[in-house]
Design a protein around this ligand. Structure first.
Ligand code: SF4
Length: 379
């Protein structure tokens, strides 16, 4: 390690009372930790699934998903032998579907290469798809008791405050700095609880706005609090501007009552999820006309977009969709058109069969509204 980095760590840790800090943190966690379904077992597969689900997602949202997922896929073997389509179905609504895809691919690798046992070395575990430094550290420490750091945004917030570090936490170098610090302060007698306690502190006490310093078990060690600057930390560079797309969505129903669905491309955003056909349009284009052209050119479907039945938005990390859903009058299909899209990626589906298709969150909302006859959608 570069001498400069070592000096920086030493400067930050300085006279910090590591042992007292560990004792205070662990004492609190042993008594105050929440009862969560993934804390009932230290099985590495279960820890892994929970950590992937918890990325960018609130604990309360994850709990029912985790329970359903575990009931259906209780082991590496069960998940490895499942079809991705079914895995998506159990993930539907959680968002960030690449997590499910990567988890499924990595679990298959664990089944084939490691006989179904999640590896317990940093090198092997880092090699698995979708397993970044945080998830690797969480699995190694929580399931295998190894003194590895598990540093995510929450932990960086807590540590920025405790050590009063003003480095930009969106930078990789800052994460690496905090990982190095955790390696030096982690409690070797219980790395699992130490990492979980830092996460729990970030979730319950050292929250983003108005940290609850009066209830904090490590307030005595906190330099930001001592200086009264806890609310100014962590330093986080402004997020990138979110790009907004206006999209027109077509609800096309055939004479037999079935609706037209389309499967998204195999890679990229929301890969392989089902949706109603839709197209981006700009201010210069009339949404109805543009949608009609798109339906004909892409699917060979002749239809006339009529009533606007739903308007809603969906925000991704870097993108916002504003969706305008039109009920379309179906006028027939021309087979020679729409050849750019494989036949198996376009389906006519009855409303009662739609539960079998994994949708993105925004299109699942359209399915739900369609079932309810769009009672609430334009409110
Ligand atoms: S004292 Fe306040 S700022 Fe410091 S770790 Fe505790 S909650 Fe966070």
């Amino acid at each position: 390690m570069a001498k400069k980095q070592q000096e920086r760590q030493q400067e930050i840790i300085g006279s910090f009372h590591i042992k007292d800090f560990q004792d205070d943190l662990l004492y609190w966690f042993e008594r105050q930790q929440r009862t969560l379904p993934w804390r009932q077992s230290r099985d590495a597969y279960r820890v892994w699934v929970s950590e992937i689900m918890l990325q960018q997602t609130r604990v309360e949202t994850v709990i029912p998903y985790y329970e359903r997922f575990m009931e259906r896929f209780p082991s590496v073997e069960k998940l490895a032998e499942a079809e991705l389509e079914e895995v998506y179905k159990y993930w539907e609504g959680l968002g960030y579907y690449s997590r499910a895809r990567n988890l499924h691919a990595a679990v298959k690798e664990v089944q084939e290469k490691y006989g179904g046992t999640v590896p317990n070395t940093p090198e092997e575990i880092h090699g698995l798809k979708g397993v970044g430094p945080y998830t690797a550290g969480a699995i190694l420490s929580i399931a295998y008791g190894l003194p590895e750091p598990a540093v995510d945004g929450n932990v960086m917030r807590v540590l920025s405050r405790i050590f009063r570090v003003e480095d930009d936490i969106t930078k990789v170098s800052t994460r690496k700095l905090f990982e190095a610090i955790v390696r030096r302060i982690i409690a070797h007698r219980n790395p699992s609880f130490f990492n979980q306690a830092l996460m729990e502190l970030g979730a319950l006490i050292c929250i983003p706005r108005s940290p609850r310093c009066d209830a904090c078990p490590v307030a005595a060690h906190c330099r930001a609090r001592k200086a009264g600057v806890q609310e100014t930390l962590p330093v986080k560079k402004k997020a990138k501007k979110v790009r907004v797309e206006e999209r027109a969505v077509a609800l096309v129903q055939r004479e037999d009552g079935r609706w037209l669905l389309h499967k998204r491309p195999e890679s990229g955003l929301l890969a392989n999820l089902w949706e109603f056909p839709n197209v981006e349009y700009t201010e210069a284009e009339n949404a109805r006309e543009w949608l009609s052209v798109h339906m004909y050119e892409t699917f060979g479907i002749k239809c006339i977009p009529q009533d606007l039945v739903m308007e809603h938005s969906h925000v991704f990390s870097h993108l916002q969709w504003n969706l305008y859903t039109y009920l379309c009058g179906y006028e027939g299909q021309e087979e020679r058109r729409g050849s750019a899209i494989a036949k198996e990626r376009v389906m006519w589906v009855a409303i009662e069969e739609m539960d079998a298709y994994p949708f993105s969150v925004s299109h699942k909302k359209i399915v739900d509204a369609l079932r309810e006859g769009f009672q609430q959608s334009l409110l």
